[in-house]
Design a protein around this ligand. Sequence first.
Ligand code: UT7
Length: 317
Amino acid sequence: MNFRILGTGMCVPQKIITNDDMATIVDTNDEWIRQRVGIAQRHVCTTESAADLAVGAAQSALENAGVRAEELDMILSATVSGDNISPSIACMVQSRIGATCPAYEINAACAAFIFLLETAAGYFARGKAKKILIIGAERLSGITDYSDRGTCVIFGDGAGAAVLGEGDGYRDCVLHVTGGDDVLHIPRSVGASPFYQNEGFPPYIRMKGQETFRYAVSSITSDVNELLTRNNLTKDDIAFVVPHQANIRIIEFASRKLGIPMDKFVVNIDRYGNTSSASIPIALDELARSGRLKQGDNIILTAFGAGLASAACLIKW
Ligand code: UT7
């Protein structure tokens, strides 16, 4: 058995930080951020936890799908910026929405939502689940170095979710990991062991921007082409591409290289910034609720990030 997406949801914290607000924290300006990255604002947590955002997105997706929490057979979450190492966000959501199913978390950074879909596909294929909730939830503000203008202007907080049920919408997926742990890296807090002899790095996102940029453009292009070729589709068969929202220029380069026009790419980075594992489900939720998607449309989700990892999948809506 395969699955289809029954409903989507999202949740972002209330507080909005504009580029002008960022310019009061680091040496930056609205014009640079808009032109080089395409961001106008981002939402950041003040009182909300990552789990709060995840619960909000999950409840919205369940309502949208017309599915009750008790019907879920599995909850899977992804994050790089959860509230705890354990319990996972999936476990916290499970109890807070009143579900009784197993729940666990994976880490595939910004590409994680597609890894979650592929993980869920295994349960459907083995007949182990009829309904699965998947969630990408991030409180990236907690791992952002607000003295580094090269990263702190980029990221935002948020969560996105989808409810999956039996059907035939999920058509194909490619997953890749290529090394490059010095390109994009989020160290864990080093701890206080009296035995450690290395200092480690502060627990903040560290990124070589231009290398990541090049990897992003080439991985989107090759992953999408791989999916098209393998499924005997041309770019004209694709209604929408939902890319990870990391930089508007990455999306524009990929659009040109693929020959898929920009109006088929879903873009919301201007309002949310880069929300890592939440960026694709948030963009998908906005697309689904916009009324632009028609039943039977082919859509491609495509993402890349720390690992370095990339992923893309083909869905018939
Ligand atoms: O989701 C995970 C995947 N992440 C990504 O895909 C991110 C990929 N990388 C990028 O999006 C871009 O590389 C960045 C947005 C991170 C940086 O943009 P860039 O055009 O590659 O800038 P750069 O790092 O080459 O820096 C160019 C200049 C530098 O100044 P100088 O040395 O030329 O004087 C930087 O210091 O821009 C400067 N700069 C800034 N200026 C104003 C860097 N950050 C800022 C800033 N405001 N926030």
